[in-house]
Design a protein around this ligand. Structure first.
Ligand code: PLP
Length: 350
C-alpha cells in the first residue's frame, strides 16, 4: 500500500515524478545512458538545467535582473553564503525558530547582527509583527515558514532594505512577489524535489558590494558566471526538481496549488479545532499551511494514536524533537485524501 507521507523533509513527491525519475535512472531521454552517468556538460543535461531554471522563472514570475541558481550545500550553506555576499557592516534578522537561529549564528561571524524581533519568549509559537526596520542595515533576513514549530508568515514586511528570505519549506506553495525580495533561497527537499539541490534567486545588483574576497564556491557571482554549472551541479537532484516543477506547471502553477493547499490546511485545522482531544500549538493567525503542529491533551494516549495512524498507512507525523507532539506536513504533493485519512484517525481519539 502506498503510504500517506506527512514527513517534514525530505518530503513527499508526486507519484508521476517518481516514475519519471525512476525511468531516467535506467535510460535518460533515449540516450541509452542513465541520468546518473551522463556528463553535466552534455547538451542533454544542459537542457535540463536550462529548463529547470526557466520553470522557476515562469512559475514565480521572476523579474528581469534576478538570477536563478541551483547550488549544493542545502539551505544551511545559504545561512553562510548570504552574509558572505551581502553583509558589509550590519544585518537585521527576525528570529522565528531554529533555522532563523542558525542563520543568525553564521551572520555573526561576518558582521554585526541586530535581531529585530523574536518569538523565542513563547517557544516560537507565533510570528512577531510590528517591528521597525532600520534603514542602516545591509539586509533583513526572514524565514517564511518555520518547519519545526509550524508557523508561517502570511504576509511579508514592507522592507526599506533588501529582504532576504529562507523559503525552504513553503516555496512554490503560493504566489510570491519576487520583486519585493533581494534574495530567496530554499533547500529542495521540502516542497520542490529531493535533497541535494538548493535554489537561490538573487537580485544581481546587490552583489559585489562588500569589498570582501569570497571563496569561489561561496560566491554567487562565480555561480552566475558559470550559469549554475561552475562545478558539477547536483545533476540528478536538479533533474527531479525540474520534473516536479513541470508537474506543478501542468497542474496550473502556484495559484492552482495555493488553492489546494488552502483547502488541505482548512480541512485539517477546522477538524483540529473541533476535536477536544487535540490542540494546535501555534497562534491561529500564524499557523503554517505546510507544517501543522499539534498535541494530544492527554499525552498518555500518544502511543495509541501513533499505532492507529500506522495501521492507516500514515507515516512521518511524529513532531520534531524540539517541539514534541505531532507534525503533519501538508506539502504540495500531499493529496487531500491523505489529510482526510489523518483526520479520521484523529477522530477516533475523541
Ligand atoms: C530544512 C530547513 C533548512 C535546512 O535545510 P538543509 O537543506 O538541510 O540545510 C533551513 N531552513 C528551513 C526553513 C528548513 O525547513
Amino acid at each position: 500500500m502506498k503510504k500517506h507521507n506527512f514527513g517534514a523533509g525530505p518530503g513527499i513527491l508526486p507519484e508521476t515524478v517518481l516514475q519519471q525519475a525512476a525511468a531516467a535512472v535506467l535510460n535518460f531521454n533515449n540516450t541509452g545512458l542513465s541520468i546518473l552517468e551522463i556528463s553535466h556538460r552534455s547538451k542533454e543535461f544542459e537542457a535540463v538545467m536550462e529548463h529547470a531554471r526557466t520553470l522557476v522563472r515562469e512559475l514565480l514570475n521572476v523579474p528581469e535582473g534576478y538570477e536563478i541558481l541551483f547550488l549544493h550545500g542545502g539551505a544551511s550553506t545559504q545561512f553562510a553564503m548570504v552574509p558572505w555576499n551581502l553583509l558589509k557592516t550590519k544585518a537585521a534578522y527576525i528570529e522565528t525558530g531554529v533555522w532563523a537561529n542558525k542563520a543568525i549564528k553564521e551572520a555573526k561571524m561576518l558582521g554585526e547582527v541586530e535581531v529585530l524581533a523574536s518569538s523565542s519568549d513563547k517557544n516560537f509559537s507565533y510570528i512577531p509583527k510590528g517591528y521597525k526596520i532600520p534603514t542602516d542595515v545591509d539586509y533583513l533576513h526572514i524565514t517564511s515558514n518555520n518547519t519545526i514549530y509550524g508557523s508561517e508568515m502570511h504576509s511579508f514586511p514592507e522592507c526599506p532594505v533588501p529582504l532576504v528570505c529562507d523559503m525552504s519549506s513553503d516555496i512554490f506553495s503560493r504566489p510570491v512577489d519576487v520583486s519585493k525580495f533581494g534574495l530567496i533561497y530554499a533547500g529542495a527537499q521540502k516542497n520542490m524535489g529531493p535533497a541535494g539541490a538548493t535554489l537561490v534567486i538573487v537580485k544581481k545588483e546587490l552583489l559585489g558590494k562588500t569589498g570582501r574576497k569570497i571563496s569561489s564556491m561561496l560566491d554567487y557571482q562565480v555561480h552566475i558566471d558559470g550559469e549554475s554549472m561552475y562545478n558539477t551541479p547536483p545533476a540528478y537532484a536538479v533533474y527531479v526538481c525540474m520534473l516536479t516543477l513541470e508537474w506543478l506547471k501542468n497542474l496550473g502553477g502556484v495559484s492552482a496549488i495555493d488553492k489546494l493547499n488552502q483547502e488541505k490546511a482548512d480541512y485539517f485545522y477546522n477538524a483540529l479545532d473541533r476535536m477536544p482531544a487535540f490542540r494546535g500549538t501555534i497562534a491561529k493567525e500564524d499557523r503554517s499551511r505546510m507544517n501543522a503542529c499539534f498535541l494530544l491533551n492527554d499525552s498518555s494516549k500518544e502511543e495509541a494514536f501513533l499505532q492507529k495512524a500506522k495501521e492507516a498507512g500514515i507515516v512521518g507525523i511524529i513532531g520534531h524533537r524540539l517541539s514534541g507532539g505531532f507534525r503533519a506536513s501538508l506539502y504540495n504533493a500531499l493529496p487531500l485524501e491523505s489529510v482526510k485519512v489523518l483526520v479520521d484517525v484523529m477522530g477516533t481519539m475523541c
